[in-house]
Design a protein around this ligand. Sequence first.
Ligand code: HEM
Length: 256
Amino acid sequence: MKDFAIPFTVDVYLGFMGLSNSRSDVLIRWVSDLLHGNGVKRTEAAQSIVNFIDEVAAMRRKQPAADFMTFVVRAQVEGRSLTNEEVRGIGVLFLIAGLDTVAAAIGFDLAYLARNPEDQELLRREPDRIALAVEELLSAYSTVQIIRVATKDVDFEGVSIRKGDFVSCATTIANRDPTEFKCPDTIDLTRQGNGHIAFGYGPHLCLGANLARREIAIGVHEWLARIPTFRIKDDTAPISHGGHVFGVQNLILTWS
Ligand code: HEM
């Protein structure tokens, strides 16, 4: 994770913002502190990220370039420009929504391929299958849970949910619904038309889904093109965590 998946996704984000990767180390630390740090670190990281986004937005107002932040600061919505606060919100949201999630997906995919050499061999032999395989693995290892707040009391399937309760809709469970998916507990990298909800659905469908798909597929493709047959290092086990966003903390791979 620390040697490949996280730096890879941070570099894509910086490229998207039109920035060089000279600040990738500091950005990795902020995002990690924000999402996984304790109270003080979290607050400091949030402030640093806000300052960083404000700085990039100010720079792109003065010096437009062919990048996402220039697009945001110049955007017209319903006949007006976005306010500073809106620009900041978009910058922060994209940073938070787009880094850990993609890095986690790459981590889960490489862990799966490390444990399933036949599938690893299949993708090496036929890299055109990677995009489809990424869909199947997104479905099997959906990292983002959809959280909603109940607007009224409701009894659902014998469970009583009260107004104001937080409800976590586990995407990974929905993707194993036997009424929707044939052999839902089997990972089949050649499965066609997987209608998973790893990116949610409805009006809040993930805005970054297409970027995420490309990043994961390119990440897996480039890894397979460079690294010979790999496996989980003996006497180690990948460490993953649950929560609102599932993730892989540590994944030690080895190859000869
Ligand atoms: C594997 C990677 C990713 C997964 C699994 C994922 C998953 C999701 C899910 C499930 C939602 C819906 C949340 C809800 O309904 O409450 C969501 C929303 C969102 N995602 Fe992603 N995401 C990923 C990558 C990205 C990337 C790369 C970006 C941007 C660069 C991004 C930006 C967003 C944004 C802005 C929203 C909010 C959309 C809205 O509320 O209208 N995501 N994502």
